[in-house]
Design a protein around this ligand. Structure first.
Ligand code: PBG
Length: 326
């Protein structure tokens, strides 16, 4: 039974005023986590070749950057460090250094902007001479040796002042190991945002350029998920919640919005989505060629991610988007 012409859907689209009245998804600065790449040195602001207009900062310029973010209403950052080659080994020794770059970066951000929520990447790949997220033996990534180190690494970040640990490694049981150690050591309020459904994606290429962290042999398919799988994403996510994750994540974003929706319906904790480096690079490249409208495509993709069910989005577009919103 069609009610046409009594029901005309276009009535609710006749002007921007009515469209904004009935809009279901509204973006705001509160939606974003800002990924930041940190390097050693002074006065360093290096553009990442495959991520136009995105930079690695030394600590002094990181300080400036987070002050600017805070003024713009961006109140959460996700820190990554680029570790010098001579400090890399198989077990991520440098990751536990209380005076390491990550630990100093956490303190730098907290000093510059005390209320900024500081989240830190927890995984061995930036520290690994093999470029893998875990300890390697006989060409394999050893799960339980790795989770023990990740727990120590997390504790070290918590001691330096991190608010949330963000394990991005996809080892089994690491959330339990990390949560248990944090509880034992009295860090009851330090949260965990777990990369729970992280796929073995080719969209991470530019990020690996940014940190010089590409795997030296093989790929990450024995720990990151097969892009063909859906049920496994829900299973991974439910397990991480049982183990103590406060926030769960789906990564990458755009190609996985069906997973975002399924997980949003399956869980009762906040869901983060990571719009990854390759997604950023694609929009930059196509718009540099004049083939796509950068700002329009950016906002459309971010809105789609939120509409799918994201409670927050880690995005290299955070600043660009907030500028447009204001
Ligand atoms: C590594 C890590 C990766 C990203 C975040 N943490 C890359 C990888 O798994 O190889 C990717 C982020 C991006 O592409 O923007 N633990």
């Amino acid at each position: 039974m069609s009610m046409y012409p009594l029901r005309r859907n276009r009535r609710l689209r006749t002007s921007e005023v009515v469209r904004s009245l009935v809009r279901e998804t509204i973006m705001s600065p509160n939606d974003f986590l800002v990924p930041l790449f940190v390097v050693e040195g002074k006065g360093v602001k290096e553009e990442i070749a495959s991520m136009p207009n995105y930079y690695r900062f030394s600590l002094d310029l990181l300080e400036k950057e987070v002050k600017e973010l805070w003024k713009m209403g961006l109140k959460s950052v996700l820190l990554f460090v680029k570790v010098p080659d001579n400090l890399k080994d198989n077990s991520g020794t440098e990751a536990l250094n209380a005076e390491g770059l990550m630990q100093r970066a956490i303190k730098t951000v907290k000093n510059a902007t005390p209320e900024m929520l500081v989240m830190t990447d927890v995984a061995l790949d930036p520290y690994s001479s093999f470029g893998h997220d875990g300890v390697v033996a006989d060409g394999k990534i050893i799960n339980d040796d790795t989770t023990a180190i990740l727990a120590e690494m997390s504790l070290s970040h918590a001691k330096a002042g991190a608010d949330f640990l963000a394990p991005s490694d996809m080892m089994d049981g690491r959330i339990f190991e990390i949560r248990s150690l944090l509880e034992d050591e009295g860090f009851h309020d330090t949260g965990i945002m777990s990369y729970s459904a992280k796929y073995a994606s080719a969209f991470y290429g530019p990020f690996r350029d940014a940190l010089d962290s590409a795997p030296g042999f093989g790929d990450k398919k024995t720990y990151q998920m097969d892009p063909a799988n859906r049920e496994e994403a829900i299973r991974e996510t439910l397990m991480d919640i049982e183990e103590g994750a406060d926030i769960v994540m789906v990564k990458p974003g755009l190609c996985y919005l069906d997973i975002v929706r399924d997980i949003k319906e399956a869980v009762h904790v906040p869901v983060a989505v990571y719009q990854v480096s390759g997604e950023y690079a694609m929009i930059k490249a196509a718009s540099e060629k004049g083939w796509l409208d950068h700002d329009a495509v950016m906002m459309e993709q971010l809105t789609a991610i939120k509409r799918a069910g994201a409670n927050m989005i880690a995005s290299y577009f955070a600043k660009d988007a907030v500028k447009l919103l204001s």
